[in-house]
Design a protein. Structure first.
Lengths: 518, 1079
């Protein structure tokens, strides 16, 4: 050979020299966790990708209607966002497949290796679960494909994928530690694998096994509820015992852009998101009764005497104060957030607004993003017991739902009903208000089978008048709330996402989901 | 008689014969490279010469022929032999007075050895080394001035005693020499397809980058200048279509005085000639880099003579060629309400608010600001260029030193480009058989641009397109209106900037040694070094009390690359009887290395400190990399011609590259070509009006190795990091699947050509038919996202370009008006003939077998929906259709017939192409006495384009609305199915009505008045008084007008993409006033 011609890359590791040592394994492990940070968005791991799911679920609207389109009746296979979720998911799956293919070439401590493999298998299982949940049958592989294989792979049935996912998670949980030293915070634990497994089992209505799974997490005693709801999501509280599965960020070097989207314009953000009043109405009054039932509800001052989580979650005009400044969205104001300036509802999101984050770059925020937290384990445990047909007693309620409701700064009255129908409604309401904008509601309404009912209706915005009959400035409903947006969810079609057209352009073996243009 | 004529050159005499001296000279002329200059009739009184069959030395034959007369013979450097009668005293005494003068070319260079003869007499002289002459003439004499390669001139003498005579070069001359690979060739003897352009055709145009120079001048060359961005306004050049759709690219190889570089390396003022090698026969000697054609540039050199100083300069101003017309804020608000109503939502603006927009009583809160217009008028647009050149030399050494300065202000404030160029070319005849040639050139350039949070100023323009007039600029209290993080005014006023410093050094030295008869050996060393330093500072910004954007940040990047070239050539040339053979063998080696480092910090204490150390160290980042490649080559050429009629040429190059795996490293690229000069055949030789008629044919193969430095190696990307426990952990990940068997792309070109010159050089035509097939195109096949990796490239695709090109020239003289018309036209049929295995379309990348590269794929629009009935009765649309939205045609269905349903699979097709099929231009020139005018036209046709989202759609993502959209919109009152614009609504990326369809496609063909130049040469008496050789003033207009039917307000040549983020910088018109001065 000849020096003149033998030129090798000067800044990259060549394939031939990688996969040799434990440090290579560590590099590759972090590489599987990596989601790109910053603007990288539409997938099931990142802050933006996950919060989008709740706009699909009808908790609010995004300014450019990007997630709204999934459920407003206009979704079609050329939608770039659907494609992004697809591509990003498979990118991660491939990284995991490649890791699992090569890891055994490395001579290193077998126990460490077994833990690493279980982490990666868990990440891959979470990915396949989401794909199968939203797309149903999807291409499935556990090895790195060739171009030819990738372009000709058919869809594997949802059942088969779900079975694989369950088996992987069960097995991985056995090999994983239940807790990690703080230096490893963010790495998958057995609790995380089980919490994902619980979601999978709930989605597949395997209530009994789900209850067992959740019980294991509870019994591990690795997790507790955070005392405060209000401050739980602040960056300075990002390592806490309630978070089970998170995506980790670090300011500046591996940050994310959600605050730029989230903040109202008056605080330098883009006011990208507008909650719907239909979510606002779900919050009970402080007596534990819904606004339709409670004597505490005052239609003229509808935001008073409500579950404190309403204020923690939603910014309300002339009411919410953030960093010493009152949020204003009234149309007769001069505020840059007055709802008439954009396609806005008049509400903004208050959850995740971090008052401790001052002077930083809104596009480079370091707060971790919680994917699964302990409150979900408690509520899901109760729900699986209930749906499994098991008898419910007050002790169980107190260990689960009432624990969530009695968090110090929430302090809502305990649930006492054991009537299955009543309790079912209470659990669903509780999940909606507790987890609003954490990306769980879309999963919930799809598995509850209520998506069409929730998403085929008129949505309203902020309260504009107490005298709707004589109010002409804007269209309002009979209670004086802004007539905001209508969604036309197509029942029997929009419960699944379409297989991206770009994929079908390349792979003719991919069929389309029912109801989407072929 | 003189004995300088090479003793050894021999003349072959076919039969014994008796000849006149003139006939003898014809024989010598035909068999040697010598030309004779003498006054017609000089030899009329000489006896005829008897010559015998056989071979005789040229010198002997000359001596024999002229022995009876009293002649003086002068040999010039160009192998011209000038013969004149020795002065006879008695004749001189008859002369009435003496005149003196100097003969110059149009650039003011003296022409030594030019002939000056008093018409109708034998009285004449040859100009001296400095171009001077002295001559005694009769009153009212007419001087005939001639010089080889220049148009002869007759001058009626008046009373003047001292003359400056300028000779123009004879463009259509059959003796024209053109640059070819590793040498030169007489144009008449070319067998390949070569376009050549001389300095005359580009001089004095306000060309800022040399790549703009070719526009409109050469056939088969498509030049597109996508922007007027100072310092970044080079044009893209495509020779004979787009050969590939891979990353290997379509840029031709550029060699400057034999060294690879970029066209923009050269100061346009220093270009002497440009040759474009278009077919494989002329380009294959450059092997694996020649697939897209080769452009050779020769810079000006010094000539023997006294120091000549010339100055060329201009000053001018720029303005945009096209500007979209947006509606004012009151109209905006009214139409916004209409859009809301169309979407069943309430109005955004009350009547009172609209009135405030209209009467501008409260411009802070109800403004009316044309953001884009303000932005594009914020700069002075001033542009100037100055170039000084100094040249001269003696018999052995000559030099040219040139200094250039370009200063270009943007049409946007704080935008400026300055460039200093130098060039030093030096030639030395060290010994009789040893010649040294050295070239040194370089530049130092500085670019200043404003900057904003979304990136550089081209993004700023895109956001100014979006930002409606309802957003304030700078308010009376000093705060700013803004949309998201954008406000053109605020960012322009901020301290944010981009500063780029680029430096280039290009040097080459060649030593040529005529070590034995007919052989020349040369060695060359070349070095090209470029270096850049970019600084991007983003200030933090308080728009108003609510809106802060920060922190401020700085990125500094710096890097260099260098290329070392070693080259050696052995040349051989011989003429034996009617056989003429030339051969070339060569070796060359190029080694490239590049490096960069980049550092980033934010949180600077204020916006006036922007050196990296001033930033906070808490978030400092850095990166850097390097790359290299090597190319080693052996090449050769043989030319053979028989009887000057039959021409043959064979080329070959054997290239080895570091970019491929060992086994596939070497490749061979051959070519053959032939020419037949029919006009030399006996049956045409007598036809006086045919000067030259030649058929050409060629075939050859070329390669393209420009595919990344290490394409065959699987590499794992570092930097795929993640956070564990609050600290960043390094990560790595395979991101690309490599292909070890990767190889170059191969282009095979067949060319048939015809060259015609008629009527004594008045008319000429060059016609070429070509068929160019690029196979083994590195195709990043569209792969399913399921692969999860960037796919490997494979040698899979094939693209074919075929077509023809023609260049015509007509030049003549009517009275004192000299004029020339030179139009050119090219047609290229570009189509993809093969994609990777089994595929006949790759929709995602716009590739379809049988269609051109860059095809647009989409629905066929059938106008707009009139009403709900229309929607209900029309085939089902692939989106939630509404009245006033685009109606997509039902083309087909699963059974091959329309199925009443429009869907992506059966109802989309290729609806257009971005590839311009036709390219044309024309150069018109005329001069009358001291005045001259030239007009350059340029155009592209046969292609369609769409433009970016904010730029094409009203109210897109909170964007604004243009007047043509407002004027031609569909409304419920007037539901015109053929309205030019759709019903107003909010649009964004997922909107069904803006999917790619014929509705949004526009014909992008255009014809541009590229340049008009009017000049005036000051008369000689005045110049003499000022001791100036030449003084010319001129005015030019660049991009004066464009005929087109593209989107209103948008230049069809301007590059911008079709997505949300479509940065652009407008193309500009330039008006200049210039000066050429020689002394």
């Amino acid at each position: 050979s000849d020096d003149f011609f033998d030129k090798n890359p000067l800044d990259k590791v060549s394939d031939a020299t990688f996969w040799k040592s434990e440090s290579d394994a560590k590099l590759a492990l972090a590489g599987c966790y990596n989601n790109g940070g910053a603007w990288n968005g539409e997938d099931f791991w990142t802050a933006r990708g996950i919060i989008y799911l709740d706009f699909m679920a009808g908790l609010g609207s995004e300014k450019e209607l990007i997630p709204d389109r999934f459920t407003d009746g206009t979704l079609d296979p050329t939608n770039g966002t659907v494609e992004a979720y697809w591509d990003n998911s498979y990118r991660k799956i491939t990284a995991c497949n490649n890791f699992l293919f090569h890891i055994d070439d490395i001579v290193m401590d077998e126990n460490t290796k077994a833990i690493m493999k279980s982490e990666i298998r868990t990440i891959r299982a979470y990915q396949y679960f989401n794909l199968a949940f939203f797309f149903s049958d999807v291409p499935f592989t556990t090895k790195v494909l060739t171009v030819d294989e990738a372009n000709n792979i058919p869809r594997t049935s949802k059942t088969e994928i779900m079975d694989f996912v369950e088996a992987e998670l069960e097995e991985s949980a056995l090999n994983l530690p239940s807790t990690r030293p703080t230096t490893e915070d963010g790495r998958i634990t057995s609790g995380a694998a089980l919490a994902i497994l619980g979601r999978v089992q709930m989605a597949n209505k395997k209530w009994g096994p789900a209850a067992i799974t959740y019980k294991k997490i509870i019994d591990s005693e690795a997790y507790t509820l955070n005392a405060s709801f209000e401050t739980m999501f602040n960056a300075n509280n990002e390592i806490n015992k309630e978070f089970i599965l998170t995506t980790q960020y670090q300011e500046d070097v591996y940050g994310h852009v959600l605050p730029q989207y989230l903040y109202p314009e008056a605080y330098g953000g883009w006011h990208q998101f507008s909650p719907y009043n239909e979510l606002v109405k779900q919050y009970e009054c402080t007596d534990g009764l819904s606004i339709d039932e409670s004597p505490l509800f005052d239609p003229a001052n509808p935001y008073n005497n409500r579950d404190p989580r309403l204020d923690y979650t939603i910014m309300i005009s002339d009411r919410t104060v953030f960093q010493g400044k009152t949020f204003v969205s009234r149309p007769d104001s001069n505020s840059p957030d007055r709802f008439t300036r954009y396609n806005w509802s008049g509400y903004c999101i208050n959850k995740f607004m971090d008052p401790s984050f001052t002077g930083g770059n809104l596009m480079n925020y370091g707060g971790n993003w919680s994917i699964i937290r302990y409150a979900e384990v408690l509520l899901s445990y109760l729900e699986s017991k209930l749906e499994a047909g098991e008898a419910i007693n007050q002790a169980l309620l107190d260990e689960t739902i009432n624990k969530v409701r009695s968090r110090a700064d929430v302090n809502m009255p305990a649930i006492t009903t054991t009537n299955p129908t009543e309790l079912r409604n209470k659990i669903r309401m509780e999940r909606e208000v507790e987890f609003a904008f954490e990306g769980l509601h879309y999963y919930d309404i799809l598995r509850w089978g209520v998506a069409a009912e929730k998403l085929n209706r008129q949505f309203t915005g902020m309260k504009l008048t107490n005298d709707p009959a004589n109010y002409t400035a804007f269209d309002v409903d009979e209670d004086g709330y802004l007539m905001y947006q209508k969604r036309n969810f197509v029942e029997g079609v929009n419960e699944l996402w379409p297989i991206p057209q770009a994929e079908r352009n390349v792979n003719t073996k991919l069929t389309q989901n029912t109801g989407y243009p072929n | 008689p003189n004995t300088i004529v090479a003793q050894n050159s021999k003349i072959k005499i076919d039969i014994d014969q008796i000849l006149t001296v003139d006939q003898v000279f014809d024989i010598i002329r035909n068999q040697t490279e010598y030309n004779f200059f003498y006054e017609t009739g000089l030899f009329d009184n000489l006896p005829k010469v008897s010559v015998k069959r056989g071979v005789i030395l040229t010198n002997d034959l000359l001596n024999k022929s002229l022995s009876k007369g009293n002649f003086k013979i002068l040999i010039t450097k160009d192998n011209s032999i000038v013969i004149k009668e020795r002065f006879i005293k008695s004749v001189a005494q008859q002369k009435k007075h003496q005149i003196s003068g100097v003969i110059l070319d149009t650039e003011g260079q003296p022409l030594p050895g030019a002939t000056v003869v008093e018409k109708g007499t034998n009285n004449g002289v040859i100009t001296s080394f400095d171009g001077d002459f002295n001559l005694n003439v009769n009153d009212q004499a007419i001087l005939v001035v001639s010089y080889v390669g220049y148009i002869s001139k007759e001058i009626q003498l008046g009373s003047e005693k001292s003359l400056t005579i300028i000779l123009a070069s004879d463009m259509a001359s059959l003796d024209e020499i053109v640059l070819v690979g590793y040498g030169t060739q007489k144009k008449v003897n070319l067998t390949g397809s070569v376009s050549s352009i001389s300095s005359k055709e580009i001089e004095n145009r306000p060309i800022t980058q040399a790549s703009q120079a070719l526009s409109g001048l050469a056939s088969g060359v498509t030049v597109q200048q996508g922007s007027g961005r100072p310092g970044n306004d080079g044009a893209s050049i495509r020779l004979r279509g787009i050969g590939t759709f891979s990353g290997a690219g379509n840029d031709p190889l550029v060699l400057i005085d034999g060294l690879a570089g970029s066209l923009n390396d050269v100061d346009p003022n220093n270009i002497k000639s440009i040759s474009v090698l278009k077919d494989a026969a002329s380009a294959s000697i450059y092997g694996t880099r020649a697939a897209n054609g080769v452009i050779l540039i020769e810079t000006k050199r010094g000539r023997k003579g006294e120091l000549t100083v010339s100055y060329n300069g201009y000053i001018g101003t720029q303005k945009v060629t096209a500007l979209p017309d947006f509606v004012d804020s009151a109209t905006y608000a009214t139409l916004r309400n209409e859009a809301n109503a169309n979407m069943n939502s309430g109005p955004s603006y009350t009547d009172a608010e609209i009135e405030k927009f209209r009467n501008q009583s409260d411009p802070d809160n109800y403004p009316n600001v044309p953001h884009l217009k303000n932005l594009l008028k914020s700069g002075s647009g001033l542009q100037m260029s100055h170039n000084f050149s100094f040249s001269g030399g003696d018999e052995k050494n000559s030099y040219l030193f040139s200094l250039g300065y370009l200063d270009q202000d943007g049409i946007i404030a704080e935008n400026n480009y300055k460039r200093y160029n130098f060039q030093l070319n030096f030639d030395s005849q060290i010994k009789k058989n040893l010649k040294l040639t050295a070239n040194l050139s370089g530049y130092s350039a500085n670019t200043e641009e404003p900057r904003h949070i979304g990136g550089d100023m081209t993004n700023m323009m895109n956001f100014a397109v979006r930002q409606g007039p309802i957003f304030a600029g700078k308010k009376s209290d000093g705060t700013y209106g803004y949309q998201d993080n954008y406000s053109p005014q605020a960012w322009l006023d901020s301290e944010s900037f981009t500063n780029r410093k680029n430096k280039l050094f290009l040097g080459g030295t060649e030593l040529a040694w005529d070590f034995m008869k007919n052989f020349t050996l040369s060695g060359k060393v070349g070095y090209r070094y470029t270096n850049y330093r970019d600084k991007e500072f983003l200030s933090d910004l308080q728009f108003d009390a609510n809106k802060y954007v920060g922190p401020n940040s700085l990125r500094v990047s710096s890097g260099f690359d260098n290329t070392i070239t070693l080259q050696s050539l052995l040349k051989y040339a011989v003429n034996v009887d009617k056989h003429s053979i030339a051969a070339l063998a060569g070796f060359s080696q190029e080694e490239f290395h590049s490096e960069f480092v980049s550092g980033y910090r934010d949180d600077f204490p204020n916006n006036l400190l922007y050196e990296i150390n001033a930033g906070s160290s808490s978030n400092m980042q850095n990166s850097g990399s390097a790359g290299e490649w090597g190319l080693r080559s052996y090449f050769g050429r043989i030319n053979y011609s028989f009887n000057d009629r039959y021409l043959f040429e064979v080329n070959g190059r054997y290239d080895g590259t570091s970019r491929f795996i060992t086994d596939g490293r070497w490749g061979f690229f051959p070519s053959v070509s032939a020419g037949w000069k029919v006009s030399e055949e006996n049956f045409l030789k007598e036809v006086k009006w045919i000067d030259n008629l030649k058929f050409r044919a060629s075939w050859g193969q070329l390669g393209n190795q420009n595919i990344g430095n290490y394409p065959y190696q699987n590499v794992i990307d570092l930097g795929q990091n993640y956070t564990f426990g609050g600290s960043l952990v390094s990560g790595a990940r395979l991101s690309t699947l490599s292909n070890a068997n990767i190889s170059w792309e191969t282009t095979t070109v067949t060319d048939l050509g015809l060259d015609v010159n008629l009527f004594d050089g008045k008319f000429s035509m060059v016609f070429d038919y070509f068929d160019k097939i690029t196979s083994d195109i590195l195709d990043v096949v569209s792969v399913s996202g399921v692969l999860g990796l960037n796919p490997s490239t494979v040698n899979a695709g094939e693209v074919r370009n075929s077509g023809f090109e023609v260049l015509l020239n007509y030049q003549d003289k009517i009275g004192d008006v000299n004029f020339s018309i030179s139009p050119n036209f090219s047609y290229t049929n570009n189509r993809v003939t093969k994609l990777s295995t089994g595929l006949n379309q790759d929709i995602n990348r716009g590739l379809f077998v049988g269609h051109s590269v860059n095809s647009t794929y989409g629905y066929v629009a059938d106008g707009l929906f009139v009403d709900a009935n229309d929607v209900a009765n029309y085939p089902t649309q692939p989106y939630a259709a509404e009245p006033g939205f685009v109606k997509y045609k039902d083309i087909s269905g699963p059974d091959g017939v329309p199925d009443g349903k429009v869907d992506a699979t059966y109802d989309r097709k290729v609806i257009g192409s971005y590839f311009p099929k036709y390219s044309f231009g024309a150069n018109l020139q005329a001069d009358y006495k001291g005045f001259d005018i030239s007009v350059l036209l340029q155009g592209l046709a046969g292609f369609n384009r769409q433009i970016g989202a904010y730029q094409a759609y009203a109210f897109y993502n909170g964007g604004q609305i243009q007047q043509w959209q407002a004027d031609n919109r569909w409304t419920e009152e007037n539901p015109d199915p053929n309205a030019e614009y759709i019903k107003l609504t909010s649009l964004n990326q997922g909107s069904g009505t803006i999917r790619p369809s014929t509705f949004w496609d526009r014909n992008a063909s255009f014809l541009r008045i590229k340049n008009v130049q009017i000049g005036y040469n000051f008369p000689k008496p005045l110049l003499d008084a000022l001791k100036i050789q030449k003084l010319r003033i001129y005015v030019t207009g660049q991009n004066l007008h464009t005929f087109n039917s593209f989107y209103k307000g948008w230049d069809p040549e301007m590059s911008q993409s079709t997505g949300d983020n479509s940065p652009f910088y407008p193309i500009t018109s330039v008006y200049t006033l210039g000066l050429n001065l020689n002394f």
